[in-house]
Design a protein around this ligand. Structure first.
Ligand code: SAH
Ligand code: SF4
Ligand code: F3S
Length: 427
């Protein structure tokens, strides 16, 4: 069967899309980018915010109409896990609704003549699957799945199930193969990588081992970490290993202690600031990013101002900013009073304006600096190649004379926040 996969949501979903692709290929199906010729369409959905969900469901209707004959429509991912059977009943276009832990059943299900929803959780970690990676020279490696933190606004623990860590031997073997195949970057994946634990091995120790196996031709990153679990041990492993990227995504969510407590985040503003200080001291050129939520239920104007001041104090390189979105079944739904949606949007736009300014300033700070970039592939504009710094900044090279995977020393000559331009220098 000719299959088309479309993915929404976080890196875990992106990698699940690669796993799904591997499962389909192993069963003899062909995976294509062109939806027009597809006989089966898979939409891997995200449920973390309302608009993510609405958009994915909109795509179902759109995609179903693209090929001449209506394709088999399969809803996968977190929305599938959340609503299962209910969606199958509601959306007649759907043939299958499949949760994130049962993709291995898909080849079998495709032969079924009845519509089905399957959302069993936790039993399968896809150890037997060879993922089809789409982003050479960059690659994802799962270290853990699920989340046990139950932050009060978040649906992830419900749709992704309980935390489970992969055996380190399997992770290291996967890394070894990727290095042999010439991959230049590995991102270790988990909703909360710092909770990694397997046979007495914690995340810092795993990271150190991965870094050793990756060697000097391959960079290592990881997402995501809850600030509560960021330890001095992790920071020192990062600082001591050259191939571990000086980059940290450390979502604060709020700058106010009362709100952080209501979110059940498990750290305070000061505790958070101390951890940032530790990272900056050990790695002065570290690139730091965050997620923030505007208008969490009960957030007063004063409390919101604490988020503004935290952003000014830390001066994040990048920030992913969201307005609070109600999620069914989460504890925050019962916190009152809710902040009116209009006010959430107003607060969000204040954060966005502030961050745009800081991102621009921080990106201009690196003009004139020299750094080694990893060439990742053609840029959007013709005649240019894209590359990434250790800090994961996007650097455009104005020539096609580079191959993906190549490491190139460059000087930064221009910067406008998200995009920078680099000129090769000789060393
Ligand atoms: N595991 C990651 C977060 C995954 S969800 C972590 O803990 O850092 C990605 C981001 O979506 C979160 O950091 C949060 O900022 C945002 N988010 C999650 N639930 C949300 C909700 N109900 N409304 C608005 N934003 C939300
Ligand atoms: Fe959601 Fe919190 Fe788990 Fe992150 S750590 S996925 S925000 S519950
Ligand atoms: Fe979204 Fe699921 Fe990731 S809800 S953020 S795709 S784990």
């Amino acid at each position: 069967m000719i299959c088309h996969i479309e993915v929404y949501g976080c890196q875990m979903n992106v990698h699940d899309g690669e796993i799904l692709s591997g499962i389909l290929k192993a069963a003899g199906h062909t995976v294509v980018r062109n939806a027009k010729i597809a006989e089966a369409v898979f939409v891997v959905t995200c449920a973390v915010r309302e608009h993510a969900e609405t958009r994915a469901l909109g795509r179902i209707t759109h995609l179903a109409g693209i090929p001449k004959k209506k394709p088999i429509m399969v809803l996968c991912g977190c929305v599938a896990q959340e609503h299962g059977e209910k969606l199958l009943k509601k959306i007649k276009l759907l043939d299958f609704v499949i949760g994130p832990d049962v993709y291995h059943l898909i080849p079998e299900l495709l032969q079924e003549r009845r519509r089905l929803s399957v959302t069993d959780q936790g039993a399968e970690d896809y150890e037997q699957v060879k993922a089809v990676r789409e982003q050479f020279p960059r690659s994802y490696v799962t270290v853990m799945r699920g989340c046990d933190n139950f932050c009060t606004y978040c649906i992830v623990p419900y749709v992704r199930g309980r935390e489970r860590s992969r055996p380190s031997e399997l992770i290291l073997k996967e890394v070894e193969k990727l290095v042999e195949a010439g991959y230049g970057e590995i991102t270790l994946l988990g909703q909360n990588v710092n909770s990694y634990t397997h046979n007495g091995m914690n995340f810092p120790k795993l990271l150190e081992k991965v870094s050793t196996v990756a060697g000097d031709r391959c960079r290592v990153r990881f997402v995501t970490s809850n600030p509560r679990d960021l330890t001095a041990e992790l920071a020192s492993v990062m600082a001591s290993r050259e191939n571990i990227c000086n980059q940290f995504h450390l979502p604060a969510q709020s700058g106010n202690d009362r709100v952080l407590k209501a979110m059940r985040r498990g750290y305070t503003r000061n505790g958070y600031i101390e951890k940032i200080a530790m990272l900056k001291e050990l790695m002065p050129d570290i690139v730091i990013s965050t997620d923030m939520i505007a208008g969490f239920p009960g957030e007063t104007l004063e409390e919101f101002e604490d988020t503004v001041s935290l952003m000014k104090e830390v001066r994040y390189d990048y920030a992913f900013l969201f307005r609070y979105s109600e999620r069914e079944g989460t504890a925050a739904l019962n916190i009152s009073p809710p902040v009116p949606v209009k006010e959430r949007l107003r607060r969000l736009s204040i954060l966005q304006d502030l961050q745009a300014k800081i991102t621009l300033e921080k990106s201009r700070e690196i003009i004139g600096r020299e750094m080694t970039v990893l060439v990742t592939g053609p840029a959007r504009r013709a005649g240019q190649m894209a590359s990434r710094t250790m800090g994961n900044r996007l650097i455009i090279l104005e020539s096609l004379d580079f191959t993906p995977g190549e490491l190139v020393p460059v000087r930064i000559v221009k910067a406008d926040g998200y995009t920078h331009f680099g000129e090769p220098v000789s060393v």
